[in-house]
Design a binder for this molecule. Structure first.
Ligand code: CU
Length: 127
């Protein structure tokens, strides 16, 4: 009797899993999509951008802060982006400044300093 009841309970559980399987995938995806956009921090140094590559989720922002020990002026300026993305860039500043940009399109971006074109940073925006 116990064995039979256990078997039935197991079958019922398996049945529930089978039903919950596809439905369970939905909320998992929905949760990821519903993740709140974040602001990720980056720094503008005389030597370049830190970190060299920033990975964020779409609709997330990057806030760049100019390092307080900088001796030169720098910009954060869009160099390359996915098609259809509008130009953006900061003014030329040295210290005590920050610039924030929100990335609304998935893809690979490169920002650079117009005064020191070798200073570049890659931004990867994913779903
Ligand atoms: Cu610079």
């Amino acid at each position: 009797m116990v064995k039979t009841a256990g078997s039935i309970a197991l079958l019922a559980a398996l049945g529930a899993l089978a039903v919950a399987g596809p439905a369970g995938a939905g909320p998992a995806t929905g949760h990821a999509a519903a993740a709140k956009p974040k602001t990720t921090l980056a720094t503008v140094y005389d030597q370049g951008f830190t970190p060299p590559t920033v990975k964020i989720k779409v609709n997330g922002s990057i806030k760049w802060t100019w390092d307080s020990f900088n001796t030169d002026f720098h910009t954060v300026t869009l160099n390359s982006a996915p098609k259809g993305v509008g130009m953006f860039g900061s003014s030329k500043r040295s210290v005590n400044y920050n610039f924030t940009h929100k990335f609304t399109k998935i893809g690979k971006y490169v920002v650079f300093c117009t005064l020191h074109p070798g200073n570049q940073q890659t931004v990867i925006v994913s779903k």
